[in-house]
Write a protein that binds this ligand. Sequence first.
Ligand code: ADE
Ligand code: ZN
Length: 337
Amino acid sequence: MPLWQFCRGLPKAELHVHLEGCLEPDFLLELARRNEVAVPWETAEQLREAYRFRDLGSFLDLYFAGCQVLCDQRDFYELTTAYLDRAHQDGVAHAELFFGPQTFIERGIPVGVQLEGILDAVADAGARTGISASLLVSAHRHRTDDDAFALLDSVGPWADRIAGFGMGGAEVGNPPEKFVRYFAELRRQGFKTCVHAGEEGPADYVRQAVELLGVDRVDHGITILDDEDLVREVAAAGTPLTVCPISNVRLRTVPSLSEHPLPRMLAAGLNVSLHSDDPAYFGSGLADTYTATAEGVGLDRGTLTELARNSVRASFLPHASRQALLSRIDAVAPADC
Ligand code: ADE
Ligand code: ZN
């Protein structure tokens, strides 16, 4: 069986994908027309030309510009539906979807319009294809912790339909320690938490994420390798790191896939899994991410199977659902894996 087919057929959990990063160029332009939002691109080709990023900051500029075309409940519904259908084709059995309401709240779009659109799509996609998905509300670290508290308040009515809380945005200069109070409150309220750390920021940001914020997962975390003591601590604790190799190359935090630190992370015993981050902007869904990473860094099918198992174990699903998914992986795993 070709590698791409193996990667697609492997049941996987997608734990690090931003819904806003799933806005494909054609759909972005369709929404711009439908909602009469002026955008500087006329064709999908022009838009793709703009997808040459220097760094995280240049990517975030375009990502937030793209968000301008999302306006009403139908838009959020269709965005989520299109992603979940593609993910299902990619062999994603379960997806935890980051979504950042602050972008839209500041434009006056009620949080209920956003979340109801997404949650309706999750329910309908589950009924149609069997894919399971849940929502991770993501705060922006370049805003204040008061803003994060206001976000937490505003999503309160949907709390029982939120699987956890995360945080993304411009990393350098906005360390995890800025949000100690916010994450303490999330934990006090019993929510699962994760935070982007160690993508562009230093290993110390990963240390702050685990020691000061006490998160359940770290998103990216690749710069942890600069701190050997921290690597040993995080490996011993088994804290999951959701690694996005294609994103790292496209945002130039890593020069090429063959130089990606994933093999060193695996060798150090870190609990890593593979994810796509912003598939529309980086041109790679989860199956392609597995395939390209396997080819780029040199992973065999047994290791890919173990990475898929890690993704399921690191998910915020209940124990029984995780076990059921692990059995599905066992059913397609190569002999002796
Ligand atoms: N939001 C969407 N993608 C992101 C990334 N790679 N890092 C930080 N915030 C993000
Ligand atoms: Zn991310």
